[in-house]
Design a binder for this molecule. Structure first.
Ligand SMILES: [Zn+2]
Length: 284
């Protein structure tokens, strides 16, 4: 039995395997704040594992989804009803995307953002031990949503808490609230997610409660992927038709001495330098 801090936490396994075995087969792990973030930011991992017997995607959602805005069909839903709807939607996505497992840790957002509350990071440490992933996807540290940034920080803390040999090989901070087109090309991790457009649309469309209020995350996310691919390289025809960008967080996990804030600032400084240089080169 895997014991998380909250009794309401759940491991959902689409193909019915026992939770421990389902988690142990993971190769690609994604850790997100909310129901629907995984499908927006970590499609590279879902795609890498889809239809494969040797690679498995495991999704983790930290918050309970109870505080989300609601409209239309969901207008009169209580927080508890909304939480149930969003759990159900995340499980639907896990079935469609053939995930190894979908973990729902069920924390209120405030608990995830509170650095003094060790429970979320401890649950993540436990999950990293159970899954031993090659690749981890999470939010990027320059995201504009507080809870997203907090989740990325919890992932860094959890990975740093493991012995060096047990830390994940690669950790990527991906796009949700704020894209990463601004990174200099040398700093961009670019995932080609051209394949299975139908699967991408379906996974994004499952989250009806988030979309029906008029926020077309499904269309916006597919549009961002298309824009990323087209504007990635200024010459040649498009090699990829859809791309997701990420900021590499691996050095933060390998080297516990790196200051998190300074690490992110370096990316911003390189962007600032590039803008400055171009204008200067043109004589101003
Ligand atoms: Zn989110």
């Amino acid at each position: 039995m895997i014991r998380f801090h909250l009794a309401s936490a759940e491991v959902f396994v689409p193909d019915g395997l026992a939770a421990e075995q389902a988690l142990a087969r993971t190769t690609h792990l994604a850790v997100a704040a909310h129901q629907d973030d995984l499908e927006i930011m970590a499609f590279d991992g879902i795609l890498a594992c889809f239809g494969r017997a040797d690679r498995w995607f495991c999704g983790v959602v930290l918050t309970d989804g109870s505080g989300s805005p609601r409209d239309g069909l969901y207008r009169y839903h209580s927080d508890a009803a909304m939480r149930a709807v969003r759990r159900g939607e995340q499980k639907k996505a896990a079935v469609v995307g053939e995930y190894a497992a979908q973990v729902l840790l069920d924390y209120p957002s405030a608990a995830v953002k509170d650095r003094a509350n060790r429970a979320p990071a401890e649950d993540l440490t436990l999950l990293l031990k159970q899954t031993r992933p090659e690749v981890v996807y999470t939010h990027n540290l320059a995201d504009k949503h507080d809870t997203h940034v907090a989740v990325a920080l919890r992932v860094v803390e959890a990975a740093r808490g493991l012995p060096k040999a047990e830390r994940p090989g690669r950790v990527y901070g991906c796009e949700v609230w704020r894209d990463l087109d601004w990174l200099t090309d040398a700093d961009k991790v670019a995932f080609d997610v051209s394949a299975h457009e139908n699967l991408q649309s379906t996974l994004l469309g499952v989250f009806d409660s988030q979309i029906s209020g008029g926020k077309r995350y499904d269309l916006a996310t597919m549009g961002r992927r298309r824009a990323n691919a087209t504007y990635y390289a200024s010459h040649d025809t498009d090699v990829a038709t859809r791309m997701i960008f990420a900021l590499d967080l691996t050095p933060l996990v390998r080297d516990t001495g790196l200051d998190v804030n300074e690490y992110v600032q370096q990316f911003i400084q390189r962007f600032a330098g590039e803008v400055q240089r171009k204008i200067r080169d043109l004589g101003f």
